[in-house]
Write a new protein. Structure first.
Length: 327
């Protein structure tokens, strides 16, 4: 009799443990490209918040910013039957079919830097796109004294959020700084250090009187700054943009990058996991909801976008603090 009771007790314990394991949230987050400082910091945020919340969340970093590699990574996560898939898309249109397959399989989708992403349950942004673009243009115009030629870089020509940043920056320039002029098309080189260096050398040669570069994509300002410094044009060409603090600090200190604004990618990684937990528990996300890392959010129900307001200035005074955080 005693053996039977012990056996039953063990069976209950094992069943409870199995049920707990089955309930544990499993989430894979596919980013644009692995191995660069920005997404290394995001991965640190994902890991720390997952450990804190007791969930199983991890990052998948493709070897290059190729949308096809993101598709394969998402297909793998669908095969693993995860609960939620997170994505920082390179090309939202390319991802639509595979995200539809994820949704059809009962997997929820959370994206970042991709407003109005089809087949996503939610997109979240740490800063409003229009404000982010305008703030960078204000900084560029101040450095250029409100006149002269400039070019614009973005992480990829198919990235909607980067397009929104550049478009809002250019619109603000046309409305407030009519003596400034954007030359050339948008350059989709901002996620490649080598491409940003090469393009900067090319545009400086094509436009000897170039006065500014506004750069989005974590490698864009760094590549532009290196090229400007190598050509001894620190005092002639203003580089403004969003970059990883540790990678760009020396260039800021030397004057090759004049500044910019970012949100903390480590915070973005944490928010991925926090929002996934809210989605798993079916907690409402509405205007005025306070979410750690985002603050009091504004919610666009039509585009399923959660808008926060949390940026950091990339100036000489603030950079050391960000570098200490491992960014």
């Amino acid at each position: 009799m005693k053996k039977t009771i012990i056996a039953c007790s063990l069976l209950i314990l094992f069943s409870a443990a199995a049920a707990h394991a089955a309930d544990k949230l499993r989430m894979g987050i596919v980013v644009k490209v692995g191995g660069i400082p920005w997404f290394n910091a995001m991965e640190a945020g994902i890991k720390s918040e997952a450990a804190k919340e007791g969930v199983d969340a991890w990052m998948v970093g493709p070897t290059s910013a190729d949308p096809a590699l993101q598709v394969r990574a998402i297909e793998d996560l669908i095969a693993q039957k995860v609960d939620i898939i997170g994505v920082v898309p390179n090309d939202p249109k390319v991802l639509e079919p595979v995200l539809k397959r994820a949704r059809d399989a009962g997997i929820r989708v959370l994206v970042h830097e991709s407003p109005d992403q089809k087949y996503a349950n939610w997109d979240f942004e740490l800063v409003d796109a229009k404000t982010h673009g305008e703030n960078h243009m204000k900084a560029l115009a101040e450095c250029m004294h409100g006149e002269g030629k400039y070019v614009a870089y973005m992480g990829g020509l198919t990235v909607p959020l980067h397009n929104a940043w550049v478009d809002s920056a250019v619109a603000y320039q046309k409305a407030h700084y009519p003596k400034m002029q954007m030359v050339g098309d948008k350059f989709g080189v901002g996620e490649s250090l080598d491409d940003s260096i090469r393009t900067t050398n090319e545009v400086m040669s094509k436009y000897p009187d170039l006065k500014g570069i506004i750069a989005f994509g974590s490698q864009g300002p760094v590549g532009a700054g290196r090229a400007v410094m190598a050509r001894n044009k620190i005092d002639q060409v203003c580089v403004i943009g969003a970059f990883s603090p540790g990678q760009g600090q020396m260039l800021v200190n030397r004057g090759a990058i004049k500044g910019g604004y970012i949100w903390n990618p480590m915070t973005a990684g944490e928010v991925f996991v926090r929002l996934a937990g809210m989605m798993q528990k079916n907690q409402p996300i509405t205007d005025g909801t306070t979410i750690e890392g985002l603050g009091k959010v504004r919610v666009d129900e039509q585009t399923h976008t959660i808008l926060g307001n949390n940026t950091e200035s990339l100036d000489k005074a603030n950079l050391p603090k960000l570098v200490k955080l491992g960014l």
